[in-house]
Design a protein around this ligand. Structure first.
Ligand SMILES: C[S@@+](CC[C@H](N)C(=O)[O-])C[C@H]1O[C@@H](n2cnc3c(N)ncnc32)[C@H](O)[C@@H]1O
Length: 217
């Protein structure tokens, strides 16, 4: 897939500088939502469930899902991040269930449908059609599958971005931006707070938006 884009250049540089241990644990909000809403790694037919992790980064969520039996397509624009995901999947003995794939999601999107489609903190300082990517994500959810969007509704003080740069959407605004028709059930659309831990072990209270939607048909 073509990844010689501004997004690829930006994020590749970001990961090349980033400690390889950062982002290797599952996001707590993702783990909680999946455990509550898709506790078994099953597709509608009862076969092993397929998951798509958009903007997977170092693969904390993808590897956690694979360890629970999901067959995970892990997508990112940064080859270094994907190489690290592949390496960790081998080390964890789940390489057969983790498929790292490079896409600049502003341009190309994985084919097929998935029982679980997740976009965890799919944020970027670059100008990309994020709403359109999330609408494509909804389109990639298989019947009875789950779309899970977890996004920042505040930034931690150690974040690489400042709150002055952005206006955070409400969860309802993100839900509306998906322009979904009938055939979906809203499982969650809320903005819980949590305590986040930074690179130096410092903590802060942050807010996330959680939008979890079940495709009925
Ligand atoms: C804030 S990080 C979140 C990473 C991971 N999901 C997590 O929760 O730790 C955003 C991720 O989206 C990826 N990303 C940004 N723009 C992208 C694009 N246009 N196509 C694909 N991935 C992109 C970045 O490389 C990065 O890994």
């Amino acid at each position: 897939m073509p990844t010689d884009t501004d997004s690829a250049a930006f994020w590749e540089q970001h990961y090349a500088r980033l400690d390889g241990a950062w982002g290797t644990h599952p996001n707590p909000v993702v783990a909680e939502a999946v455990t509550a809403l898709a506790p078994e790694a099953r597709g509608a037919s009862g076969a092993p469930g397929t998951a798509l992790d958009l903007g997977c980064g170092h693969g904390g969520d993808a590897l956690w899902l694979a360890a629970r039996g999901w067959d995970v397509t892990a997508v990112d624009v940064a080859p270094t991040a994907l190489d690290r995901v592949a390496e960790r999947a081998r080390a964890a003995g789940v390489a057969d269930r983790v498929h790292p794939v490079a896409h600049d999601l502003a341009r190309t999107f994985p084919a097929g449908t998935f029982d679980l489609v997740g976009a965890a903190y799919f944020h970027t300082p670059l100008d990309i059609p994020r709403d359109a990517v999330l609408r494509r994500a909804a389109g990639a959810v298989a019947p009875h599958g789950l779309l899970l969007i977890v996004e920042h509704a505040s930034f931690a003080p150690w974040s690489w971005r400042s709150e002055d740069e952005v206006r955070f959407p409400t969860p309802d605004e993100t839900l509306a931006s998906l322009r979904l028709g009938d055939g979906w059930r809203v499982e969650r659309c809320d903005a819980p707070q949590r305590t986040a831990t930074g690179p130096q072990g410092q903590t802060a209270t942050v807010t996330d938006n959680v939008i979890a939607l079940r495709r009925n048909t």
